[in-house]
Design a protein around this ligand. Structure first.
Ligand code: SF4
Length: 63
């Protein structure tokens, strides 16, 4: 599984970072960083939930 974000679509509202803070992080300039582009098995449910919850559908998951 690999996660990517479209920075032109992300509005930095922090939904994904709230749901999976070990994988997604917003910096001081409201840029989203994917800390673990290939997340471990125990994070997959949280990551899928975060991707589905993005109100801008800015996140892509390749499985
Ligand atoms: S939930 Fe979507 S719009 Fe919000 S910070 Fe994450 S990627 Fe960006």
């Amino acid at each position: 599984m690999e996660i990517s974000v479209d920075p032109l679509v992300c509005e930095a509202n922090g939904v994904c970072a709230g749901l999976a803070p070990d994988v997604f992080e917003l910096d001081d300039e409201d840029r989203l960083h994917i800390l673990r582009p290939t997340p471990p098995a125990d994070a997959l449910d949280r990551v899928r939930h975060a991707v589905r919850s993005c109100p801008k559908t800015a996140l892509t998951l390749r499985e």
